[in-house]
Design a binder for this molecule. Structure first.
Ligand code: HEC
Length: 211
């Protein structure tokens, strides 16, 4: 019961008000990655506000056969929100190591909610950056993805994805840092990207992505 002493059992849906909280005891019969989204007011799913419940164990096949709907849940329906634009300071000249360190922080605050700390993503929802063949040998593609967003069918490491990544509102400097971090992490092949390269791709648009 909301705010009362009576404990509800076998409840399917309840409302947790904004700023409120709830303690829920439940049993899960099917292992997997359960993506938790704010369904109440803001639905900031596309800004990376989500939780993931990773459940391991033996599945109870009589409850769920394992057949997935191939479409991705779009928390905001057809509307993709953009990150708020903030005034950015002047670009700084960084060494490659400084770039990687700064990029690591940007990754943690901007990319990690979806692509995960280990860069492995979430099967069926967020593609991996670890060993991704999508941008291998072509850093323009990752720069383009971050500056313009990405949607539609793509294949990464042999698995199909068809989701929406919103445009990330980051300065050229921040994009150069986070891309350099990704290229030098998760077993990827290395490399360095400069703010000038980011600026050129930001202006040139889609043509650069496919080359
Ligand atoms: C809100 C979730 C979300 C956030 C935040 C996000 N991405 Fe993505 N990203 C996606 C989705 C979904 C796709 C697949 C889009 C599609 O299917 O066309 C994707 C695709 C990609 C790809 C191309 C596929 C691959 O795995 O190589 C790259 C590269 C990428 N993202 C990098 C980043 C970087 C770097 C950041 C942070 C600056 C970031 N993403 C932030 C959801 C996100």
């Amino acid at each position: 019961m909301e705010g009362g002493e009576l404990i509800n059992h076998n409840l399917q849906t309840t409302l947790i008000p904004s700023g409120g909280s709830s303690i829920v005891e439940f049993r899960c019969e099917i292992p997997g990655n359960y993506i938790l989204v704010d369904h109440s007011i803001f639905r900031t799913f596309n800004k990376g506000t989500l939780g993931i419940l990773k459940i391991e164990g033996e599945p109870n096949k009589t409850i769920y056969s394992g057949q997935l709907d191939d479409r991705i849940y779009q928390g905001e329906g057809g509307t993709v929100q953009n990150m708020p634009v903030e005034a950015k300071g002047p670009a700084k000249l960084l060494t490659k190591d400084e770039r990687i360190a700064a990029g690591k922080a940007t990754f943690a605050s901007t990319c990690q909610a979806c692509h995960q700390a280990d860069g492995n993503g979430i099967p069926g929802a967020f593609p991996p950056l670890a060993g991704s063949d999508y941008f291998k040998g072509n850093p323009s593609k990752i720069i383009y993805t971050v500056t313009h967003g990405l949607s539609g069918a793509i294949t990464v490491k042999g698995k199909a994805y068809n989701g929406v990544m919103p445009t990330q509102t980051l300065s050229d400097e921040e994009v150069a840092n986070v891309v350099t971090y990704v290229l030098n992490s998760f077993g990827n092949g290395g490399g360095e990207v400069t703010p000038a390269q980011v600026s050129a791709i930001r202006k040139a648009g889609p043509a650069t992505a496919t080359k």
